[in-house]
Design a protein around this ligand. Structure first.
Ligand code: ADP
Ligand code: MG
Length: 221
């Protein structure tokens, strides 16, 4: 079962994973009100569909004022959004997430899933975030770092720090990054998820680490 980004972020927040401030909107008027309430110079209007690649498909747009947020919302709501993950027919957009616009320094990738070969969970991290991770896995698999998780003890602090160093995260933020990863693993495990993907895992210009996107899948049974 797939859930929307805004639902995934609500779960992550409960487990202490930092996410952007955001408000769900189902009409252009609600989008405008949400942008006003967020009060940031830039907000991001994000189509909520059960597929990734929304940015490239025109389903993630920046708005520089509440009026612009309303205009963008009226364009995106009701459209059949086509991305490389939806198939040619696309998916109808009924819901938007309006988020504070964050200053991007670097975009990384984080993912947790079950490795069927070893029967253990594996925590993946890559510097090649914000992009099509399937393509990275195919063409440059060495850019994806992996830590296998011992089910008896879960993700260990040293494993999280190793991944954070491997990503090239600045020294003063290694502790914050490790804490983020441990919270993310906690959310994955406690909710019985089959996949958690944070792409991008954002480093902001002011040194914060935030889940800018969230994909969480659950086993259908
Ligand atoms: P998708 O993976 O479906 O394309 P994302 O949520 O990853 O959607 O958004 C695509 C891109 O839009 C991100 O890689 C990031 O560069 C930008 N973006 C998304 N949300 C925000 C935000 N709150 N602030 C600033 N930029 C954002
Ligand atoms: Mg994404």
């Amino acid at each position: 079962m797939k859930i929307h980004e805004y639902q995934g972020k609500a779960i992550l927040k409960e487990y202490g994973v930092p996410v952007p401030r955001g408000i769900v909107a189902r009409s252009p008027e609600e989008a405008e009100a949400a942008a006003k309430e967020l009060g940031t110079d830039v907000v991001v209007v994000k189509a909520q569909i059960h597929a990734g690649g929304r940015g490239k498909g025109g389903g993630v747009k920046l708005a520089k004022s509440p009026t612009e947020a309303r205009e963008i919302a009226s364009q995106i709501l009701g459209m059949q959004l086509v991305t490389h993950q939806t198939g040619p027919e696309g998916q109808e957009v009924r819901t938007l997430l309006i988020e504070e616009g964050l200053p991007i320094d670097k975009e990384f990738y984080l993912g947790i899933t079950l490795d069927r070969v070893t029967g253990r969970n594996v925590f993946m991290a890559s510097q090649a975030g914000g992009m099509d991770i399937e393509k990275v896995a195919e063409e440059t698999p060495e850019l994806i770092l992996k830590e296998t998780i011992d089910p008896a003890v879960g993700l260990r602090g040293f494993q999280a720090r190793k991944l954070a160093f491997g990503l090239g995260i600045p020294n003063e933020l290694i502790g914050q990054a490790a804490k983020f990863m441990l919270a993310l693993y906690d959310a994955y495990e406690k909710t019985d998820a089959s996949l958690v993907e944070i792409n991008p895992f954002l480093l902001t210009k002011d040194g914060r680490l935030i889940a800018l996107d969230a994909k969480i899948n659950f086993d259908d049974n």
